[in-house]
Design a protein around this ligand. Sequence first.
Ligand SMILES: [Zn+2]
Ligand SMILES: [Zn+2]
Length: 261
Amino acid sequence: MARVAKKEKAGDFIKFLGTAGARFVMIKQLRASGGLWVSYKGTNVIIDPGPGSIVRCAASKPKLDPSKLDGIILTHRHLDHSGDINVMIEAMTEGGFKKRGAVFCPEDSTGEDTVILKHAESFPEKIEILKANKSYKLGEFEFETSMRHIHPAETYGIRFNMGKTSVSLLTDTKYFKELADFYKTDVLIITVVFFEPRPGIDHLCLDDAEQIIRLTKPKKAILTHFGMTMLSAKPHIQAEKLSKKLGIEVLAAYDGMTLNF
Ligand SMILES: [Zn+2]
Ligand SMILES: [Zn+2]
């Protein structure tokens, strides 16, 4: 009975193990780059375990145990999203001794220039290739992929339900107006790398995020994946401004931030 009570107490949550966006914030670790841990009805998933993800799990309060992972999702192969993929695979499979868990990633994360080491490929029960606009299931956790994003690597955002609350993660992309069609959810987690527009680089800036929030009208929008210019502009101040302007709750994610459901 005690075990049941403990499990119920943990509940369903999403924890930010990192809020760094793009290269320099990651390299300097001005923000951590550990990805998002999602725990839903006892199924544990890590999305985009960037560099230091395993360290962030161990430093997390309460600790997150990567050997309890059921799955790993990569939205795309860039290092700030995939740096710790191999160590997470090892953790999930008890050092490769126990065949378990699933890895979901776009096709270009595997193959010739794979981000998953050849020796680790056979550790999980399956490696499933993500395609645009498809549904996937992992234990109790189900998610859908978005349309293909405009980004140098093959990239998909995802959408899932935490009980009655729909959540989406809009990962790296250049802005295009059809994004709003997929990301209409109660909670929208959105990557905002640049404070000001940087034409020619396939990332969102704050104006793009504003436009997407305006179009998708979430109950709560959470800005994350900050580049240097966003950090200088103080994300929490920018989030407050957007909240006032749009009449929608907009928050700036911080390392260790937890959303409970
Ligand atoms: Zn990124
Ligand atoms: Zn990227």
